[in-house]
Design a protein around this ligand. Structure first.
Ligand SMILES: [Zn+2]
Ligand SMILES: [Zn+2]
Length: 629
């Protein structure tokens, strides 16, 4: 490189600030977009990613300190993809990059000075990063995303990945799954592991090995979504319906959206697996934009629906469930009783009618003190009803069973059995470990959703859903989808000849009927109709804006200003502001179309600029997967 020219780089840091910062390239240093550098920011030295490069300098620019990576971590196309991810999730580019690049390893320095030069100065101009819409490139026939469902879905995908020569990157929901997938893939070659189940240096090395083409197979969690993968490769997402694929923190976009976008841009084959695909994915397949890859139907337990209308106020186990547990124990098999979180929804003990928001059709939350019902979606508040709208009965109550109460009842009924409680969703640390160990050795486990992970396929004699109505009454439009996935997951864990018992006040609900018949299509048909009629995803996009401020007055003013700005967007439907987090926040919900993120970004631009904290804090969550309480 002729050293007579001077260059400026734009660097994005892991801060909420949307814009990059400019630095002078130190003399004798070569650097390219996609490489990380250490640079002065404020009073500290920070690591950032170079996102742009241009010839010439503005007087007064500071130089950055040093280059961290021997070669760019991301090529120009992938860097462009990160801009899309940041825009879709209203996250800053810097925090998006920080979340989706390997850990910084202390020893990593530029051992090969030339490495960064390879791409040349001229063809990567940060101000004009190439934007190739890959799916329209000549000669590139886009491949349809594949969705592996049914029995043996993971085995079938693994065999496919193992027996071709094409490279593959498998994204799993957690570290445990990463270990399992690595083990299963390893018989086809060394697997580059990119998740935190291995140390930082190994992760960084794995990334480099992939970039150099030294590894064909790779496994990682969310942070590996952008790991090097050449065209023609397979980008797989395991258990695509899992909320774990959209963890807290930037970028707040579900990994499924990233996988599908990356595959389309970079000529990769997207492969998703799920026993119960998200409604988004099913709809995609239904409309010809993805292909379902089915196997044989899984063996299905005998499903029994026990109607609990008018009963079950003092005893959580109906006679059919108690009998099934007794029979399982007698046969030397294990029983799992699933209990949901208690909700603040009200239902009629006589007929099972749930008090719902008439506009949103989600269960309304009951506040005892104020005797009001409130919708967590649209914020609508109404006085408590005296009689049931279904049967005019007067027994409306926030009915439900907690894990401890069920455990107590089970111990009383089965005094000789080894009984354990396991609620990993509410327990952490050493206590959770102790619970897990006890549950692993128990004959009867009483647990919440997360307890399912304790059991392998076919390991249960019986699974019982004590009060799944609690899950249906979650104030979340995804409540049905969640419960359906949980039922299905439990059924896959019941051994041949075993049973599954559902106790419900609404046994004819389509979730239960479709499940009992092992009929995925029937469930999604109903669910898509419901979502379509009420304008929920995937038919419209949603965003939740939460406003907090030092004073109640400032909070109200800011929330009202934001609501007014959003209401002026013609394609938006705006709900709120309404009280949230026990009056500590104001919440606004927006429904829009596919362009929701960009329109939201424009409408909120003035509010998202750096501003004094005293004026309030705005949190924007696009496409929420779990409805905030
Ligand atoms: Zn509502
Ligand atoms: Zn009723």
């Amino acid at each position: 490189m002729p050293s007579t020219r001077s260059y400026t780089v734009n660097v994005s840091f892991d801060t909420p600030v949307a814009h990059p910062f400019s630095y002078l390239v130190p003399e004798g240093t070569t650097v390219a977009p996609g490489q990380r550098v250490v640079a002065p920011l404020g009073n500290a030295e920070r690591v950032g990613v170079v996102v742009g490069l241009r010839e010439g300098v503005t007087p007064g620019l500071k130089p950055f300190i040093r280059v961290l990576d021997a070669a760019p971590l991301l090529d120009a196309d992938t860097l462009e993809l990160t801009r899309w991810i940041a825009a879709q999730s209203l996250s800053s580019l810097g925090s998006t990059l920080a979340a989706l690049t390997p850990p910084v390893v202390a020893a990593a320095s530029v051992s090969e000075r030339e490495a960064g030069v390879g791409r040349g100065w001229a063809d990567i101009d940060g101000s004009r990063l190439r934007t190739p819409p890959a799916h329209t490139r000549a000669g590139a026939e886009p491949t349809l995303p594949e969705v592996f469902i049914g029995a043996g879905r993971e085995r079938r995908l693994i065999e496919r990945l193992g027996t071709t020569d094409a490279p593959a990157l498998v994204i799993v929901p957690d570290v445990e799954a990463a270990g399992r997938w690595t083990q299963r893939l390893e018989k086809y070659g060394t697997v580059a592991r990119l998740d935190s189940g291995v140390d930082d240096e190994a992760r960084a090395r794995a990334w480099t090995a992939l970039a150099a083409g030294h590894r064909r197979l790779a496994v990682g969690t969310r942070s590996a979504l952008l790991a090097p993968l050449p065209p023609g490769g397979t980008l797989a997402l395991v258990d695509e319906h899992e909320a774990a694929h959209k963890p807290p923190g930037a970028p707040r976009l579900h990994s499924r959206d990233v996988v599908l976008e990356r595959a389309a841009r970079a000529r990769l084959t997207a492969a998703l697996t799920s026993a119960t695909p998200s409604v988004e994915t099913w709809w995609r397949a239904d409309s010809g934009r993805a292909r379902l890859v089915t196997g044989d139907a899984a063996p299905w337990p005998a499903v029994q629906l026990a109607d609990t209308r008018g009963i079950l106020k003092v005893e959580p186990l109906t006679p059919p469930l108690a009998r099934a547990v007794r029979e399982a124990l007698a046969a030397g098999r294990r029983a799992l009783l699933l209990v949901g979180r208690l909700t603040s929804a009200l239902a009629c003990d006589e007929c099972g009618t749930v008090l719902r928001c008439p506009q949103c059709d989600v269960a309304a939350a009951y506040t005892r003190a104020a005797r009001t019902l409130m919708c967590r979606v649209c914020g609508r508040e109404a006085p408590m009803l005296d009689t049931c709208p279904g049967c005019h009965g007067r027994r409306l109550s926030p009915f439900g069973w907690g894990v401890e109460r069920v455990e107590h009842a089970v111990r009383r009924r089965f005094p000789k059995a080894r009984v354990a409680r396991y609620d990993p969703d509410a327990t952490r640390g050493a206590k959770a470990e102790r619970q897990r160990a006890e549950a692993a050795a128990a004959e009867i486990v009483i647990g919440t959703r997360g307890a399912l992970r304790l059991f392998g396929p076919g390991s249960l004699g019986i699974a019982g859903f004590v009060s799944p109505d609690q899950l249906l009454r979650m104030p979340d439009f995804r409540a049905g989808e969640r419960l359906f996935a949980l039922l299905w997951g439990a059924a896959e864990r019941v051994a041949a000849g075993g049973g599954l018992i559902v106790q419900s006040q609404t046994p004819a609900h389509y979730v239960f009927e479709a499940f009992a018949r092992q009929d995925l299509a029937a469930f999604y048909r109903h669910e898509m109709k419901f979502r379509g009629e009420l304008g929920y995803p995937p038919f419209r996009r949603l965003a939740v804006i939460t406003v907090t401020a030092a004073s109640a007055a400032a909070m109200r003013t800011l929330a009202d200003e934001i609501a007014a700005a959003l209401t002026s967007v013609s394609t938006f439907t705006v709900y709120g502001p309404a009280s949230a987090r026990r009056d500590r926040a104001r919440r606004i919900v927006v429904k829009g179309h596919a362009d929701l993120a960009s329109r939201l970004g424009e409408a909120l631009a003035d509010f998202r600029r750096p501003r004094p904290k005293s004026r309030g804090i705005i949190d924007v969550e696009v496409d929420p997967v779990e409805w905030p309480s």
